[in-house]
Design a protein around this ligand. Structure first.
Ligand SMILES: N[C@@H](CCC(=O)N[C@@H](CS)C(=O)NCC(=O)O)C(=O)O
Length: 202
């Protein structure tokens, strides 16, 4: 199994989960400017959507979309503590959270990386994302992790996206429960290993 990634991008979420699961996997970096893999291949030929994360499951079979990859990995590993079994109400709650992270946080904050975004647009996005972060902060006031008492797949995703705060001009530390969550997550061995492998630590 190979994960195509870009350092610190949303591909960090499945990378963290792979480390949490103790799976055997390889990674290959994508240059987002040239769309070439580290090994010199044309990334557009690997994933026609031309974005990370892209999980190569086997020859000629790739899986895309963060939330889908996270669910695939946890289901395959039967990691029901990290993601409840399909068909249960708890699973729909986990999917609800994953979709919230994808559509509200990921796509919200992601727009702020666009250098062509006018200042007025930035302000509107930051205001909207801040409301979503208020909600996350409220959740984390009641639970240790996003989905409950123990680590779940949505924690890997939420950490990855909220970690962009410093890059896009949102001071995540303003939200005290989120700040506590980010510190706790950053100290996890899986997160440390992931960030080191992506070249994000010292
Ligand atoms: N809908 C996709 C979005 C993935 C995405 O936004 N990937 C970004 C990095 S976080 C990317 O590769 N952008 C490069 C591009 O679109 O050219 C998902 O949920 O996985």
């Amino acid at each position: 199994m190979k994960l195509y990634y870009a350092p610190g991008a949303c591909s960090m979420a499945p990378h963290i989960l792979l480390n949490e699961l103790g799976k055997k996997f390889t990674i290959e970096k994508i240059d987002m400017g040239t769309k070439k893999t580290e090994g010199g291949k044309d990334f557009n030929k690997i994933n026609a959507k031309s974005y990370v994360p892209t999980l190569e499951i086997k020859k000629d079979e790739v899986l895309t979309e963060v939330s889908t990859i996270l669910q695939y990995l946890a289901d395959k590993a039967k990691a029901t503590k990290m993601l409840p079994k399909a068909g249960t109400m708890a699973r729909y709650r986990a999917m609800e959270t994953l979709n919230f992270i994808a559509s509200e946080l990921h796509k919200g904050m992601g727009g702020l990386f666009n250098k062509a975004m006018p200042e007025e647009g930035r302000k509107i996005i930051i205001e909207r994302v801040s409301k979503r972060l208020d909600y996350v902060d409220g959740l984390l006031a009641k639970t240790k992790f996003i989905g409950g008492k123990t680590f779940g797949v949505s924690d890997a995703y939420a950490f990855t996206i909220m970690n962009w705060g410093g890059w896009v001009g949102i001071d995540i530390k303003k939200w005290k429960n989120i700040a506590r969550f980010m510190e706790m997550m950053a100290a996890r061995p899986s997160v440390q290993a992931t960030m080191k492998a992506e070249g994000l630590l010292g």
